[in-house]
Design a binder for this molecule. Structure first.
Ligand code: ADP
Length: 517
């Protein structure tokens, strides 16, 4: 039997066709010896040659690789029918890619047929069970002199690894989508050069559309509040460049014109030339928590407002009393009234900062711009600060005359805040120095102290609302973590910048800049 099979495995038979092996015909010097040809075939990647004798499909030759992956021996299979060795037991009748159907089709059509992926489980002698296996194969017809298919060369590649990897990827993607669905998170991805935007179905719901709606990037951006849209573009780019990630809250309008809030988080991927190529992330509806926050802010605003009236009258009474008792022989009275007055001033300042905080709600903080000389403003603010505190030396080193177009009162508030922080977080008797500088297109103000300094990890955080450095040094320094937040919001609304340079124990310098145009 073997002999017979080996005999039919001859060059003569392979050279029958000009279609499958034309080189052998065209070039007579290519008369490879039969033995060498056999070796070549047997060393080729997973190949099996069957005779086109349906329904048997007798196995004529097989490569070592094929034997290896199918765990059979050459002697056991040569001369046997293909389906005796590899039974088509669990074949799905609707599957057009079963080996039997494909072999039959090759004979019918005279054409090579590729099957990119199919499953054929292999028996594992160790576990005595069939293990799932995936294959990719091609089935090449080899013709006889009459141009009929005489043989079929079936070459297979085991792609179980790739299929498994894909399955794992799909599974993890499904898990991610499921988790996203359960938490109402939408996932989005923007290919920047191609301007191709893809997103998970949750996104349409978050933007107030039925799930099946197809939204373009233009339609989605059109629903974002224009001011917030500018923020997205600017912040996302810079934050991604600096920290790799970005995150911000934006207001959107639903098609029914109702206002909603979403939180967008993600990152931008850059090419080696630092050009943005891809932007991807998540998006979640935060309308409820935002409304809650707005209610809290309204409450603070209302409470502060209500507190202002009794405080104003308290201050008036203290001043009246002070006037009445001026020149009193009891030194305690004057001293007590002055302390009471100071405490009332402190409380007034605090209440004002709470009120300012609530005014930061979008659209509520209106800038009253005017052109003024920043050096003059600083002189005034420094004079006020000297009156409020005589524990420190406050020095002002003005640059040349600098006119800016800004909200004078609010800028004064920022400078006052930097100075009072400098005083608060440094030692009695130390110096606070204020510098102004004219740059090409902006002015820059710096307030330097010789105080406790700020750890690098806090440099960005201290500008966040209610954030206070978690240091023992400041445990007994009162504050609410509002001042720097307010200052940075005020400067940002002027399209300026706020930043700090500081090291622990080495003092701090707070800067802001305002554009000149
Ligand atoms: P508050 O001073 O009321 O806590 P701020 O918003 O003004 O609020 O400041 C936030 C935090 O920044 C402070 O709690 C403090 O930790 C830190 N900080 C601000 N200014 C200085 C400074 N000049 N030196 C050291 N730390 C400072």
């Amino acid at each position: 039997m073997h002999r017979q099979v080996h005999h039919s495995f001859s060059i003569k038979k392979f050279t029958l066709t000009a279609v499958s092996l034309p080189i052998m015909i065209d070039n007579p010097s290519n008369n490879l010896p039969e033995g060498l040809f056999k070796v070549l075939f047997e060393k080729s990647p997973g190949s099996i040659l069957v005779k086109a004798d349906p329904p048997r499909f007798t196995i004529l030759a097989v490569s070592d690789a094929y034997l290896e992956i199918t765990s059979v021996n050459r002697e056991d299979i040569l001369g046997k029918g293909f389906f005796e060795v590899f039974p088509d037991t669990n074949d799905d009748p609707d599957d057009a890619n079963t080996a039997r159907k494909v072999f039959t089709k090759v004979i019918e059509t005279n054409e090579k047929i590729d099957v990119p992926v199919y499953r054929y489980d292999l028996f594992d002698p160790k576990t005595k069970s069939r293990n799932p296996h995936y294959w990719s194969c091609s089935n090449t017809p080899i013709f006889d002199a009459n141009n009929n298919v005489a043989y079929i060369l079936n070459t297979v590649v085991d792609i179980s690894g790739e299929v498994k990897a894909k399955e794992v990827a799909i599974e993890s993607e499904n898990r991610l989508l499921l988790a996203a669905d359960a938490t109402g998170l939408a996932i989005w991805d923007l290919d920047i050069p191609e301007i191709r935007f893809t997103y998970s179905p949750q996104l349409t719901g978050i933007f107030g559309h039925p799930v099946e709606t197809n939204l373009t990037l233009g339609e989605i951006s059109g629903q974002v509040y224009p001011e917030d849209m500018q923020n997205i573009v600017r912040k996302a780019y810079f934050e991604s460049l600096v920290s790799g990630y970005f995150g911000y809250e934006v207001r959107i309008f639903w098609p029914d014109r109702s206002l909603h809030w979403v939180r967008v988080m993600g990152k931008i991927l850059f090419n080696p030339k630092k050009e943005p190529v891809r932007m991807l992330g998540t998006l979640v509806d935060i309308t409820e928590s935002k409304r809650d926050e707005i209610r809290k802010n309204d409450f603070i605003a209302m409470a502060s407002h209500e507190l202002k009236t009794p405080l104003t009258s308290l201050k008036a009474y203290i001043q009246l009393l002070a006037a009445k008792l001026a020149g009193s022989s009891d030194p305690f009275i004057g001293n007590a009234l002055s302390k009471a007055n100071n405490q009332v001033n402190k409380m007034t300042a605090l209440i004002h900062s709470f009120l300012d905080l609530s005014k930061l709600e979008p659209g509520k903080l209106q800038l009253k711009r005017q052109v003024f000389d920043i050096n003059k403003l600083i002189e005034e603010t420094v004079a006020e600060s000297r009156v409020l505190s005589n524990t420190h030396i406050i020095r002002f080193v003005p640059g040349k005359v600098m006119n800016v177009n800004a909200d004078r009162e609010k800028i004064s508030q920022v400078i006052g805040n930097f100075i009072s922080n400098g005083i608060k977080y440094s030692y009695k008797g130390s110096t606070i120095t204020i510098h102004t500088d004219a740059l090409d297109d902006s002015i820059q103000v710096a307030v330097k102290d010789e105080g406790i300094g700020i750890k690098l990890k806090d440099h960005e955080k201290i500008f966040q609302r209610f954030y206070r450095a978690d240091e023992d040094d400041i445990k007994n320094i009162s504050g609410f973590g509002i001042g720097l937040y307010l200052s940075s919001e005020i400067i940002q609304r002027h399209k300026g910048k706020v930043w700090v340079k500081s090291a622990e124990g080495k003092g701090s310098t707070f800067y802001f800049s305002l554009p000149l145009s």
